[in-house]
Design a protein around this ligand. Structure first.
Ligand SMILES: Cc1ncc(COP(=O)(O)O)c(C=O)c1O
Length: 433
Protein backbone atom coordinates (compact mmCIF):
# COMPACT_ATOMS: atom_id res chain seq x y z
CA UNK A 1 0.00 0.00 0.00
CA UNK A 2 1.46 3.41 -0.96
CA UNK A 3 2.45 5.63 1.98
CA UNK A 4 -0.15 8.33 2.69
CA UNK A 5 0.81 11.62 1.11
CA UNK A 6 0.72 14.51 3.52
CA UNK A 7 -1.01 17.51 1.95
CA UNK A 8 0.66 20.75 3.00
CA UNK A 9 -1.57 23.54 4.22
CA UNK A 10 -2.75 25.63 1.27
CA UNK A 11 -0.68 28.73 0.93
CA UNK A 12 -2.48 32.06 0.60
CA UNK A 13 -0.83 33.83 -2.34
CA UNK A 14 -2.61 37.13 -1.87
CA UNK A 15 0.26 38.34 0.32
CA UNK A 16 2.49 38.03 -2.76
CA UNK A 17 0.35 40.31 -4.90
CA UNK A 18 1.99 43.53 -6.10
CA UNK A 19 0.96 46.63 -4.16
CA UNK A 20 -0.88 48.05 -7.17
CA UNK A 21 -2.87 44.82 -7.62
CA UNK A 22 -4.11 44.75 -4.03
CA UNK A 23 -6.13 47.93 -4.32
CA UNK A 24 -7.47 47.31 -7.79
CA UNK A 25 -10.91 45.92 -7.02
CA UNK A 26 -12.58 44.44 -10.08
CA UNK A 27 -15.22 42.47 -8.23
CA UNK A 28 -17.97 44.39 -9.99
CA UNK A 29 -16.79 43.44 -13.48
CA UNK A 30 -16.31 39.82 -12.41
CA UNK A 31 -19.86 39.81 -11.02
CA UNK A 32 -21.24 41.30 -14.24
CA UNK A 33 -19.48 38.75 -16.44
CA UNK A 34 -20.56 35.91 -14.16
CA UNK A 35 -24.16 36.76 -14.99
CA UNK A 36 -23.46 36.68 -18.74
CA UNK A 37 -25.05 33.26 -19.13
CA UNK A 38 -27.73 33.45 -16.41
CA UNK A 39 -31.14 32.64 -17.83
CA UNK A 40 -33.35 33.01 -14.76
CA UNK A 41 -32.31 36.55 -13.83
CA UNK A 42 -33.53 39.76 -15.44
CA UNK A 43 -30.10 41.17 -16.05
CA UNK A 44 -29.81 44.93 -16.34
CA UNK A 45 -26.21 44.72 -15.14
CA UNK A 46 -23.74 44.24 -18.01
CA UNK A 47 -23.33 46.44 -21.07
CA UNK A 48 -24.00 43.46 -23.31
CA UNK A 49 -25.28 43.79 -26.87
CA UNK A 50 -28.35 41.73 -27.66
CA UNK A 51 -27.36 38.47 -29.43
CA UNK A 52 -30.05 39.12 -32.03
CA UNK A 53 -27.69 41.81 -33.39
CA UNK A 54 -24.95 39.21 -34.00
CA UNK A 55 -24.69 38.68 -37.76
CA UNK A 56 -24.62 34.90 -37.59
CA UNK A 57 -25.63 34.11 -41.18
CA UNK A 58 -23.29 36.62 -42.76
CA UNK A 59 -20.44 35.40 -40.56
CA UNK A 60 -21.06 31.77 -41.48
CA UNK A 61 -20.42 32.61 -45.13
CA UNK A 62 -17.43 34.84 -44.39
CA UNK A 63 -15.80 32.24 -42.10
CA UNK A 64 -16.19 29.44 -44.63
CA UNK A 65 -14.67 31.62 -47.35
CA UNK A 66 -11.76 32.71 -45.18
CA UNK A 67 -10.90 29.17 -44.16
CA UNK A 68 -11.09 27.95 -47.74
CA UNK A 69 -9.26 30.84 -49.38
CA UNK A 70 -7.25 32.84 -46.85
CA UNK A 71 -6.19 30.49 -44.04
CA UNK A 72 -2.51 31.46 -44.36
CA UNK A 73 -3.40 34.98 -43.22
CA UNK A 74 -6.52 34.43 -41.11
CA UNK A 75 -4.99 31.68 -38.96
CA UNK A 76 -1.54 33.26 -38.66
CA UNK A 77 -0.13 35.87 -36.24
CA UNK A 78 -0.86 39.38 -37.39
CA UNK A 79 1.34 42.46 -37.24
CA UNK A 80 1.08 44.13 -33.82
CA UNK A 81 -0.59 47.21 -35.31
CA UNK A 82 -3.15 44.98 -37.06
CA UNK A 83 -3.44 43.58 -40.58
CA UNK A 84 -2.66 46.23 -43.18
CA UNK A 85 -5.80 45.39 -45.16
CA UNK A 86 -8.05 45.88 -42.10
CA UNK A 87 -6.33 49.12 -41.13
CA UNK A 88 -6.90 50.42 -44.64
CA UNK A 89 -10.57 49.45 -44.37
CA UNK A 90 -10.92 51.08 -40.92
CA UNK A 91 -9.18 54.25 -42.07
CA UNK A 92 -11.76 54.48 -44.87
CA UNK A 93 -14.56 53.95 -42.40
CA UNK A 94 -13.24 56.68 -40.08
CA UNK A 95 -13.01 58.98 -43.09
CA UNK A 96 -16.66 58.27 -43.91
CA UNK A 97 -17.95 58.48 -40.33
CA UNK A 98 -15.71 61.20 -38.86
CA UNK A 99 -14.55 63.12 -41.92
CA UNK A 100 -10.88 62.42 -41.14
CA UNK A 101 -8.66 59.66 -42.47
CA UNK A 102 -5.80 58.67 -40.17
CA UNK A 103 -2.41 58.36 -41.89
CA UNK A 104 -0.67 54.97 -41.86
CA UNK A 105 1.04 55.34 -38.48
CA UNK A 106 -1.93 56.96 -36.77
CA UNK A 107 -4.17 53.92 -36.51
CA UNK A 108 -3.83 50.52 -34.86
CA UNK A 109 -6.10 47.56 -34.19
CA UNK A 110 -6.59 46.68 -30.53
CA UNK A 111 -8.07 43.67 -28.76
CA UNK A 112 -11.31 45.44 -27.84
CA UNK A 113 -11.75 48.81 -26.16
CA UNK A 114 -10.30 47.84 -22.80
CA UNK A 115 -7.02 46.82 -24.44
CA UNK A 116 -6.62 50.39 -25.62
CA UNK A 117 -7.06 51.77 -22.07
CA UNK A 118 -4.55 49.26 -20.74
CA UNK A 119 -1.99 50.14 -23.43
CA UNK A 120 -2.48 53.85 -22.83
CA UNK A 121 -2.12 53.46 -19.07
CA UNK A 122 0.95 51.27 -19.48
CA UNK A 123 2.51 53.75 -21.90
CA UNK A 124 1.69 57.04 -20.20
CA UNK A 125 1.16 56.64 -16.48
CA UNK A 126 3.84 56.87 -13.83
CA UNK A 127 2.70 56.37 -10.22
CA UNK A 128 0.87 59.48 -9.01
CA UNK A 129 0.15 60.93 -12.46
CA UNK A 130 -3.26 62.55 -12.53
CA UNK A 131 -5.95 61.14 -14.84
CA UNK A 132 -9.14 63.20 -14.99
CA UNK A 133 -12.35 61.30 -15.71
CA UNK A 134 -16.03 62.06 -15.79
CA UNK A 135 -17.68 61.34 -12.47
CA UNK A 136 -19.18 58.81 -12.89
CA UNK A 137 -17.38 56.89 -15.65
CA UNK A 138 -16.70 53.44 -17.12
CA UNK A 139 -15.20 51.43 -14.30
CA UNK A 140 -12.96 49.41 -16.62
CA UNK A 141 -11.14 52.64 -17.44
CA UNK A 142 -10.79 53.58 -13.76
CA UNK A 143 -9.27 50.14 -13.17
CA UNK A 144 -6.92 50.36 -16.15
CA UNK A 145 -5.48 53.71 -15.00
CA UNK A 146 -5.39 52.71 -11.34
CA UNK A 147 -3.57 49.53 -12.39
CA UNK A 148 -0.60 51.78 -13.13
CA UNK A 149 -1.09 53.77 -9.92
CA UNK A 150 -2.67 56.85 -11.48
CA UNK A 151 -4.30 59.42 -9.23
CA UNK A 152 -7.77 59.28 -10.82
CA UNK A 153 -9.83 62.44 -10.27
CA UNK A 154 -13.52 62.78 -11.02
CA UNK A 155 -14.86 65.86 -12.81
CA UNK A 156 -18.52 66.74 -12.34
CA UNK A 157 -21.10 66.11 -15.07
CA UNK A 158 -24.51 67.54 -15.82
CA UNK A 159 -27.09 67.00 -18.54
CA UNK A 160 -24.55 68.23 -21.12
CA UNK A 161 -21.94 65.65 -20.08
CA UNK A 162 -18.53 66.60 -18.70
CA UNK A 163 -18.63 70.04 -17.07
CA UNK A 164 -15.81 71.63 -19.02
CA UNK A 165 -16.20 74.76 -16.89
CA UNK A 166 -15.54 72.69 -13.75
CA UNK A 167 -12.47 71.16 -15.38
CA UNK A 168 -11.23 74.61 -16.32
CA UNK A 169 -11.68 75.78 -12.72
CA UNK A 170 -9.58 72.87 -11.47
CA UNK A 171 -6.90 73.52 -14.08
CA UNK A 172 -6.78 77.18 -13.06
CA UNK A 173 -6.44 76.00 -9.47
CA UNK A 174 -3.35 73.98 -10.35
CA UNK A 175 -4.62 70.49 -11.29
CA UNK A 176 -2.30 69.08 -13.96
CA UNK A 177 -3.75 65.91 -15.48
CA UNK A 178 -1.62 63.99 -17.92
CA UNK A 179 -4.73 62.44 -19.43
CA UNK A 180 -8.42 63.30 -19.58
CA UNK A 181 -10.58 60.24 -20.28
CA UNK A 182 -14.06 60.95 -21.64
CA UNK A 183 -16.93 59.05 -23.26
CA UNK A 184 -18.59 61.82 -25.23
CA UNK A 185 -21.58 59.87 -26.58
CA UNK A 186 -24.17 57.86 -24.65
CA UNK A 187 -21.77 57.57 -21.79
CA UNK A 188 -21.25 54.52 -19.64
CA UNK A 189 -22.84 54.66 -17.08
CA UNK A 190 -25.09 57.72 -17.49
CA UNK A 191 -26.18 57.50 -21.13
CA UNK A 192 -25.43 61.25 -21.46
CA UNK A 193 -23.63 63.06 -24.31
CA UNK A 194 -21.03 65.83 -24.25
CA UNK A 195 -22.79 68.92 -25.61
CA UNK A 196 -21.51 70.03 -29.03
CA UNK A 197 -20.67 73.51 -27.75
CA UNK A 198 -18.39 72.10 -25.04
CA UNK A 199 -16.15 70.21 -27.46
CA UNK A 200 -14.02 73.02 -28.86
CA UNK A 201 -13.47 74.57 -25.38
CA UNK A 202 -12.38 71.15 -24.14
CA UNK A 203 -9.74 70.66 -26.84
CA UNK A 204 -8.59 74.25 -26.30
CA UNK A 205 -7.95 73.36 -22.64
CA UNK A 206 -6.00 70.26 -23.69
CA UNK A 207 -3.80 72.40 -25.94
CA UNK A 208 -3.33 75.11 -23.33
CA UNK A 209 -2.54 72.80 -20.40
CA UNK A 210 -0.79 70.04 -22.34
CA UNK A 211 -2.89 67.00 -21.50
CA UNK A 212 -3.98 64.20 -23.80
CA UNK A 213 -7.69 63.58 -24.33
CA UNK A 214 -8.67 59.93 -24.58
CA UNK A 215 -12.01 59.83 -26.35
CA UNK A 216 -13.80 56.51 -25.87
CA UNK A 217 -16.38 56.14 -28.64
CA UNK A 218 -17.81 52.75 -27.63
CA UNK A 219 -21.43 53.87 -28.19
CA UNK A 220 -20.92 56.71 -30.68
CA UNK A 221 -22.50 54.87 -33.62
CA UNK A 222 -25.50 53.76 -31.57
CA UNK A 223 -27.29 57.09 -31.35
CA UNK A 224 -31.04 56.96 -31.87
CA UNK A 225 -31.31 60.18 -33.85
CA UNK A 226 -29.49 61.41 -36.94
CA UNK A 227 -27.57 64.27 -35.30
CA UNK A 228 -24.06 63.58 -34.04
CA UNK A 229 -21.59 66.17 -32.79
CA UNK A 230 -18.11 66.08 -34.38
CA UNK A 231 -15.79 63.67 -32.58
CA UNK A 232 -13.05 65.16 -30.43
CA UNK A 233 -10.44 63.30 -32.47
CA UNK A 234 -11.70 64.75 -35.75
CA UNK A 235 -11.82 68.19 -34.11
CA UNK A 236 -8.27 68.05 -32.69
CA UNK A 237 -6.21 65.04 -33.84
CA UNK A 238 -3.08 66.67 -32.31
CA UNK A 239 -4.33 66.23 -28.71
CA UNK A 240 -6.81 63.33 -28.91
CA UNK A 241 -6.58 59.55 -29.06
CA UNK A 242 -9.83 57.97 -30.17
CA UNK A 243 -10.40 54.55 -28.61
CA UNK A 244 -13.07 52.47 -30.31
CA UNK A 245 -14.51 49.00 -29.94
CA UNK A 246 -16.42 46.64 -32.20
CA UNK A 247 -17.95 44.90 -29.18
CA UNK A 248 -21.20 46.86 -29.33
CA UNK A 249 -21.65 47.13 -33.10
CA UNK A 250 -20.24 43.79 -34.35
CA UNK A 251 -19.91 41.27 -31.52
CA UNK A 252 -17.86 41.25 -28.30
CA UNK A 253 -16.55 37.71 -28.74
CA UNK A 254 -14.33 38.98 -31.54
CA UNK A 255 -12.42 41.26 -29.08
CA UNK A 256 -11.50 43.98 -31.56
CA UNK A 257 -11.20 47.74 -31.36
CA UNK A 258 -8.99 50.54 -32.61
CA UNK A 259 -6.88 53.47 -31.51
CA UNK A 260 -6.41 56.54 -33.69
CA UNK A 261 -4.12 59.35 -32.62
CA UNK A 262 -0.74 61.06 -32.97
CA UNK A 263 1.76 58.72 -34.67
CA UNK A 264 4.35 58.67 -31.89
CA UNK A 265 1.68 57.62 -29.39
CA UNK A 266 0.33 54.87 -31.62
CA UNK A 267 3.88 53.58 -32.14
CA UNK A 268 4.32 53.43 -28.36
CA UNK A 269 0.97 51.62 -27.89
CA UNK A 270 2.18 49.01 -30.40
CA UNK A 271 5.39 48.58 -28.42
CA UNK A 272 3.31 48.12 -25.25
CA UNK A 273 1.13 45.55 -27.00
CA UNK A 274 4.12 43.43 -27.94
CA UNK A 275 4.43 42.05 -24.44
CA UNK A 276 0.73 41.79 -23.65
CA UNK A 277 -1.08 39.83 -26.38
CA UNK A 278 1.32 40.85 -29.17
CA UNK A 279 -1.48 41.23 -31.70
CA UNK A 280 -5.26 40.99 -32.00
CA UNK A 281 -6.51 37.70 -33.46
CA UNK A 282 -6.09 37.61 -37.23
CA UNK A 283 -9.21 35.51 -37.86
CA UNK A 284 -11.45 38.09 -36.24
CA UNK A 285 -9.65 40.89 -38.06
CA UNK A 286 -10.27 39.28 -41.43
CA UNK A 287 -13.92 38.59 -40.52
CA UNK A 288 -14.39 42.21 -39.52
CA UNK A 289 -12.76 43.44 -42.73
CA UNK A 290 -14.93 41.26 -44.95
CA UNK A 291 -18.02 42.29 -42.99
CA UNK A 292 -17.22 45.99 -43.34
CA UNK A 293 -16.23 45.78 -47.00
CA UNK A 294 -19.47 43.88 -47.70
CA UNK A 295 -21.47 46.92 -46.47
CA UNK A 296 -23.03 44.95 -43.61
CA UNK A 297 -22.16 47.45 -40.87
CA UNK A 298 -24.48 50.14 -41.99
CA UNK A 299 -27.39 47.73 -42.50
CA UNK A 300 -26.97 46.18 -39.06
CA UNK A 301 -26.52 49.53 -37.31
CA UNK A 302 -29.97 50.63 -38.47
CA UNK A 303 -31.57 47.54 -36.91
CA UNK A 304 -29.49 47.76 -33.73
CA UNK A 305 -30.34 51.41 -33.15
CA UNK A 306 -34.04 50.64 -33.59
CA UNK A 307 -33.88 47.78 -31.10
CA UNK A 308 -32.06 49.78 -28.42
CA UNK A 309 -34.21 52.84 -28.89
CA UNK A 310 -37.33 50.76 -28.34
CA UNK A 311 -35.88 49.29 -25.15
CA UNK A 312 -34.77 52.69 -23.86
CA UNK A 313 -38.37 53.85 -24.34
CA UNK A 314 -39.73 50.81 -22.51
CA UNK A 315 -37.45 51.19 -19.50
CA UNK A 316 -38.04 54.91 -19.01
CA UNK A 317 -41.79 54.36 -19.33
CA UNK A 318 -41.54 51.63 -16.68
CA UNK A 319 -39.62 53.97 -14.37
CA UNK A 320 -42.34 56.59 -14.69
CA UNK A 321 -44.93 54.00 -13.79
CA UNK A 322 -43.20 52.11 -10.99
CA UNK A 323 -40.33 53.99 -9.35
CA UNK A 324 -40.93 55.67 -6.00
CA UNK A 325 -41.41 59.39 -5.87
CA UNK A 326 -38.13 61.27 -5.67
CA UNK A 327 -36.36 58.88 -8.07
CA UNK A 328 -34.72 60.46 -11.12
CA UNK A 329 -33.16 58.93 -14.22
CA UNK A 330 -31.45 59.89 -17.45
CA UNK A 331 -33.28 59.59 -20.76
CA UNK A 332 -30.91 57.90 -23.22
CA UNK A 333 -30.53 59.23 -26.76
CA UNK A 334 -28.41 56.25 -27.72
CA UNK A 335 -26.32 53.43 -26.31
CA UNK A 336 -27.17 50.87 -23.66
CA UNK A 337 -27.63 52.63 -20.31
CA UNK A 338 -29.79 54.69 -18.06
CA UNK A 339 -28.58 56.04 -14.72
CA UNK A 340 -30.95 56.15 -11.83
CA UNK A 341 -30.75 58.20 -8.64
CA UNK A 342 -32.91 57.01 -5.76
CA UNK A 343 -34.38 59.13 -3.00
CA UNK A 344 -32.35 60.13 0.07
CA UNK A 345 -31.57 57.23 2.35
CA UNK A 346 -31.36 54.55 -0.35
CA UNK A 347 -28.21 52.41 -0.58
CA UNK A 348 -27.82 50.55 -3.85
CA UNK A 349 -24.96 48.35 -2.59
CA UNK A 350 -27.00 47.21 0.40
CA UNK A 351 -29.89 46.44 -1.95
CA UNK A 352 -27.97 43.91 -4.08
CA UNK A 353 -28.62 40.73 -2.01
CA UNK A 354 -32.37 41.41 -2.12
CA UNK A 355 -32.15 42.06 -5.85
CA UNK A 356 -30.30 38.79 -6.33
CA UNK A 357 -33.04 36.96 -4.41
CA UNK A 358 -35.69 38.67 -6.54
CA UNK A 359 -33.73 37.64 -9.66
CA UNK A 360 -33.09 41.09 -11.00
CA UNK A 361 -29.55 42.44 -11.49
CA UNK A 362 -28.10 45.95 -11.77
CA UNK A 363 -24.78 47.60 -11.00
CA UNK A 364 -24.64 49.88 -7.93
CA UNK A 365 -23.36 53.41 -8.53
CA UNK A 366 -20.31 53.53 -6.29
CA UNK A 367 -17.69 51.72 -8.43
CA UNK A 368 -18.28 54.18 -11.27
CA UNK A 369 -16.82 57.00 -9.19
CA UNK A 370 -13.15 57.38 -8.42
CA UNK A 371 -14.22 58.67 -4.99
CA UNK A 372 -16.97 57.57 -2.65
CA UNK A 373 -20.07 59.02 -4.36
CA UNK A 374 -22.90 57.08 -5.95
CA UNK A 375 -24.39 55.43 -2.85
CA UNK A 376 -27.98 55.95 -4.02
CA UNK A 377 -27.33 55.56 -7.73
CA UNK A 378 -27.43 52.57 -10.01
CA UNK A 379 -26.83 51.72 -13.65
CA UNK A 380 -29.35 49.78 -15.66
CA UNK A 381 -28.45 48.40 -19.09
CA UNK A 382 -31.57 47.77 -21.15
CA UNK A 383 -29.61 46.47 -24.14
CA UNK A 384 -29.97 42.74 -23.57
CA UNK A 385 -33.26 42.48 -21.69
CA UNK A 386 -36.12 41.15 -23.80
CA UNK A 387 -38.83 43.76 -24.40
CA UNK A 388 -41.40 41.83 -22.39
CA UNK A 389 -39.10 41.52 -19.36
CA UNK A 390 -38.15 45.16 -19.04
CA UNK A 391 -41.29 46.32 -17.24
CA UNK A 392 -41.28 43.27 -14.98
CA UNK A 393 -37.62 43.85 -14.06
CA UNK A 394 -38.28 47.49 -13.20
CA UNK A 395 -41.38 46.54 -11.24
CA UNK A 396 -39.36 44.06 -9.14
CA UNK A 397 -36.61 46.56 -8.56
CA UNK A 398 -39.01 49.34 -7.65
CA UNK A 399 -40.71 47.07 -5.12
CA UNK A 400 -37.36 46.31 -3.46
CA UNK A 401 -36.36 49.96 -3.38
CA UNK A 402 -39.65 50.93 -1.81
CA UNK A 403 -39.34 48.20 0.79
CA UNK A 404 -35.91 49.39 1.91
CA UNK A 405 -36.38 53.14 1.83
CA UNK A 406 -36.60 54.89 5.18
CA UNK A 407 -40.28 55.37 6.05
CA UNK A 408 -40.30 59.12 5.36
CA UNK A 409 -39.15 58.61 1.79
CA UNK A 410 -41.50 55.73 0.96
CA UNK A 411 -44.93 56.85 -0.24
CA UNK A 412 -47.93 54.58 0.43
CA UNK A 413 -48.22 51.41 -1.60
CA UNK A 414 -50.53 51.06 -4.58
CA UNK A 415 -51.91 47.93 -6.22
CA UNK A 416 -49.53 46.28 -8.65
CA UNK A 417 -46.24 47.91 -7.81
CA UNK A 418 -46.76 49.12 -4.30
CA UNK A 419 -46.24 52.79 -5.16
CA UNK A 420 -48.02 55.94 -6.13
CA UNK A 421 -46.84 55.69 -9.73
CA UNK A 422 -46.41 59.41 -10.17
CA UNK A 423 -43.86 60.02 -12.88
CA UNK A 424 -40.52 61.24 -11.65
CA UNK A 425 -38.33 63.80 -13.28
CA UNK A 426 -35.78 62.49 -15.75
CA UNK A 427 -32.44 64.00 -14.81
CA UNK A 428 -28.70 64.35 -15.34
CA UNK A 429 -26.25 62.37 -13.27
CA UNK A 430 -27.66 63.94 -10.12
CA UNK A 431 -26.34 66.03 -7.35
CA UNK A 432 -23.59 63.70 -6.30
CA UNK A 433 -21.65 63.89 -9.56
C1 LIG B 1 -17.28 52.98 -22.49
C2 LIG B 1 -16.69 51.64 -22.75
N1 LIG B 1 -15.46 51.56 -23.23
C3 LIG B 1 -14.87 50.38 -23.48
C4 LIG B 1 -15.52 49.20 -23.21
C5 LIG B 1 -14.80 47.91 -23.43
O1 LIG B 1 -15.06 47.36 -24.62
P1 LIG B 1 -14.47 45.95 -25.00
O2 LIG B 1 -15.47 44.94 -24.62
O3 LIG B 1 -14.31 46.05 -26.47
O4 LIG B 1 -13.15 45.78 -24.32
C6 LIG B 1 -16.82 49.23 -22.71
C7 LIG B 1 -17.51 47.97 -22.41
O5 LIG B 1 -18.48 47.89 -21.73
C8 LIG B 1 -17.41 50.48 -22.46
O6 LIG B 1 -18.64 50.59 -21.95
Amino acid sequence: MPAPVSVPARRDWTASFARRARTLGGGEITAILALAGASDVITFSGGFPDPQTFPVDVLAGISARLLAQDAAVALQYSATEGLASLRDCLAGRLDAVEGLRPAGGELMVTSGGIDCMELLAKSLIDPGDVVAVEAPTYLGAIMAFRGYEADVRGIAMDDGGLRVDALEGLLRGGLRPKVLYTIPEHQNPTGLCLAAERRKPLVDLARRYGFLIVEDVAYRELGFGAARAPSLWATAPDVVVQAGTFSKTFFPGVRLGWAAGPAELITQLCTAKQNSDQCAGALGQRMLEEYARGGHFDRQLVASRELYERRAGLITAAFAEHMPEGTTWTTPRGGFFTWVTLPEGADTVALTPAARAAKVAYVPGRPFYPGTDGARQLRLAYSRVADEQITEGVRRLAGLIRATLPARAAPPARDGDGGDGSPSRPSGPADEA
